[in-house]
Structures are given as structure tokens and as C-alpha cells.
Design a protein around this ligand. Structure first.
Ligand code: UDP
Length: 355
């Protein structure tokens, strides 16, 4: 079950290991070329076997419609088990439909907690973990979060995060990265990579304006692949002139994004997955959010900042000691495992099915 760009990235290794045994259901949430099609191609994943049509409706309607459609699908073609990933509406809907159909449920990337009840994702991940028969926790921190809510024993497996193998698989080599920078007229370590799409940052005109102004004032070029939601909000809030000082792009393929991230001075983002990728690529990320469900990288690879002048202040500090900062991060081990999370998750699924 998947519905968004990060779910495709993080389930690609598991889909590959399962091969024809996997039936891929896409909710249709991000079913366009930039946010879905190109990611299926990049990861060599077969096109989804089933695409549900739920784009463009409210969260409640999305969840309700996917549950109803999946319920019918599972009744006609019952799978041995259902796999969901992360904290999206697709993941919650998949979990509810599996539960309604009495199907074993595996949750990849279980046990993350921001303890911030303002985030819909926090509710999604808590609910999915409690429904799951098997929680694949990326780290000891996530295992402890699950234990604190009474989810433990054979229901939990520490697997690492599947993002590690996804990054290793797609990160372009040094030569290709150099060619990418040449094409874009960028210098290694002398530009910033930004991504924003969270509603609290882009739906509020003041927040979005503050973020764009801070980015434009940085002393390094800022490359900003714009999520369609953000592009739409920039237009509707009349903020297009603030993009003039930035290198704005449409969403880029994952390999290009990783190549840019690896060569950047640092990243500025509100994305969840980018915080993890920072720890694999050994580049720092300023996280423009009030809370994070990924505390494992706070204080090393990431720092939380509100949308406003703190962005410029922290960035200026980092730019002043960039080489030392990169050197420190190169020597800091990432917390998300050794790149075998997909393999461990599939092995755990097989054990679950034998139980
Ligand atoms: N990403 C990408 N191209 C882009 C921007 C992001 O491939 O232009 C990748 C990024 O490397 C990360 C994922 O998309 O793996 C993050 O997706 P998003 O920010 O939509 O979701 P989140 O991680 O916040 O759930």
C-alpha cells in the first residue's frame, strides 16, 4: 500500500525482494509523473497493480474512501498480508482496511513519535502501530516509544530504516554528481538545497513569506525544487516575486535530489525523509518545524528552527565553519542501520506469516 513519494522510495527495496509476490496498491494521492511515475521508474518498480482514485479531497474523505475501496478489493482478492509504511493517510487507510478484513498487518517505519498532537501524521502513526501485528522499528528510540504504549515482544522488530538502502541504491557517483553541478552552474559545498511542503509552513502566507525571505537572504545560492502544493500556495498567496532570488525547479528525480543533497553546503527542509537522508549523506539539515519524530539526528545532522530569522542565524553559523561541520558529520555514524532494513522486514513478514 502506498500513496506518496516517500512511501515509494521507502518500500521499493521490499517490493523488489518480494518480486511478483507483491501486489502494489497506490491510493492515487500523489499519482502524477513528478511525484509518483518517475519514482516507480527510478526504482525499477512495476507500475501499481491497482490505483485507487482519491486525490484532492479532505483527509477524512481520503481515509474513508480508501478504506471502502480497499475493503472491496481485499474481499475480491485477499492478500496474505498488508504492508504499510510511515504515517500518511494511505498508511492509516491501509491499516484500517487490513484490520477490517482480518488480514495480518506489517508497519514499516513504526514507533516514530513527535508527541505533537497538532500533526495529523502523529495520529496516523499511533493508530497504525496499534493496529499492526508486526511493527518494524527503525531504531532503539522507536522501539522504546512502542514499548511505552504497550507494544512489545514479538510484535516489534528493530530493522533500521529502509531509506538507507534506497539512498545507497540511487545516489549518483562522484563523476555524475560533478556533471550534475556543472549542468546547473553550482559549486560543490557552495549552495543550499531546500524543500517545503508542510501545511503549517506553506498554507499560512506569513510563514511561507518568512521562509522564502530567509532563503533569499542567504549568502549562498539556494536550489528549491518546489512541491506542487508549495508552488500552488506561492501563487495563491501572491508571493511569486520572492522566488526571484532563488533557483526554483519543479520536483526533481530522487537520484538528482540525492546528488544535490550530497554536494550541498546544507539543506533547509520541513520533510521527514530528508532528515534521515541527511544522516546517510553526512550533510546537515535545518528543519523548519516546531517538533520532529526523528530525534535520533537532532543536534548532529539536524536542528529545529521556526519559520523566521532563526533560519538565517543558524545558517550563518554553519556557513562560518562549514568544513569543520562537514568533517564532524563525516565521522558521525548514522542511526538508521546498515542498509538491510528491507531484507529484515521481509524476513520478519515471513516469520509473521508462519506464526
Ligand atoms: N525528494 C525528491 N525530489 C524532490 C524533493 C524531495 O526526490 O524534488 C525526496 C527526498 O529525497 C525525500 C522525499 O522526497 O526522500 C521526501 O518527500 P516529502 O518531503 O514529500 O515527504 P516526507 O519525507 O516529509 O514524508
Amino acid at each position: 500500500m502506498l500513496g506518496t513519494r516517500p512511501e515509494i522510495i521507502k518500500l521499493s527495496g521490499i517490493a523488489q525482494l518480494l518480486g511478483p509476490a507483491a501486489r502494489i496498491v497506490h491510493t492515487g494521492q500523489h499519482y502524477d509523473h513528478d511525484l509518483a511515475g518517475s519514482f516507480f521508474e527510478e526504482y525499477g518498480m512495476p507500475a501499481p497493480d491497482v490505483v485507487l482514485g482519491i486525490g484532492g479531497v479532505s483527509r477524512g474523505a481520503q481515509i474513508g474512501r480508501v478504506v471502502a475501496q480497499l475493503d472491496r478489493h481485499f474481499a475480491d482478492h485477499p492478500p496474505d498480508a498488508v504492508i504499510v509504511q510511515g504515517d500518511t493517510n494511505a498508511a492509516l487507510a491501509g491499516a484500517l482496511a487490513a484490520n477490517a478484513g482480518a488480514l495480518p498487518l506489517l508497519h514499516v517505519e513504526a514507533g516514530l513519535r513527535s508527541h505533537d498532537r497538532r500533526m495529523p501524521e502523529e495520529h496516523n502513526r499511533v493508530l497504525v502501530d496499534h493496529l499492526a501485528d508486526l511493527c518494524c522499528a527503525p531504531t532503539e528510540v522507536s522501539r522504546a516509544n512502542l514499548a511505552a504504549e504497550g507494544i512489545s515482544g514479538p510484535r516489534v522488530e528493530i530493522t533500521g530504516n529502509t531509506v538507507v538502502e534506497a539512498v545507497r541504491r540511487l545516489l549518483p557517483g562522484r563523476e555524475q554528481r560533478r556533471a550534475l553541478l556543472d549542468r546547473m552552474g553550482l559549486r560543490a559545498g557552495r549552495f543550499v538545497l531546500g524543500t517545503f511542503h508542510r501545511p503549517e509552513n506553506v498554507d499560512d502566507p506569513l510563514c511561507l513569506e518568512r521562509i522564502l525571505r530567509e532563503l533569499a537572504a542567504l549568502p549562498l545560492p539556494v536550489v528549491l525544487p518546489l512541491h506542487p502544493r508549495t508552488a500552488q500556495r506561492v501563487r495563491s498567496h501572491d508571493l511569486c516575486p520572492l522566488l526571484d532570488g532563488l533557483r526554483v525547479l519543479p520536483p526533481v528525480r530522487h537520484a538528482d535530489f540525492l546528488g544535490l543533497a550530497a554536494e550541498s553546503a546544507f539543506m533547509v527542509s520541513d520533510s521527514g525523509g530528508v532528515q534521515e537522508e541527511a544522516s546517510v549523506l553526512k550533510r546537515p539539515v535545518l528543519v523548519v518545524r516546531a517538533s520532529t519524530e526523528r530525534p535520533e539526528v537532532l543536534g548532529t545532522f539536524s536542528e529545529l528552527v521556526p519559520p523566521g530569522p532563526r533560519i538565517g542565524e543558524v545558517a550563518t553559523g554553519w556557513i562560518a565553519e562549514l568544513e569543520a561541520l562537514h568533517g564532524r558529520l563525516d565521522r558521525t555514524p548514522g542511526p538508521y542501520g546498515d542498509g538491510s532494513a528491507s531484507r529484515r522486514s521481509v524476513a520478519a513478514l515471513q516469520r509473521l506469516l508462519r506464526r
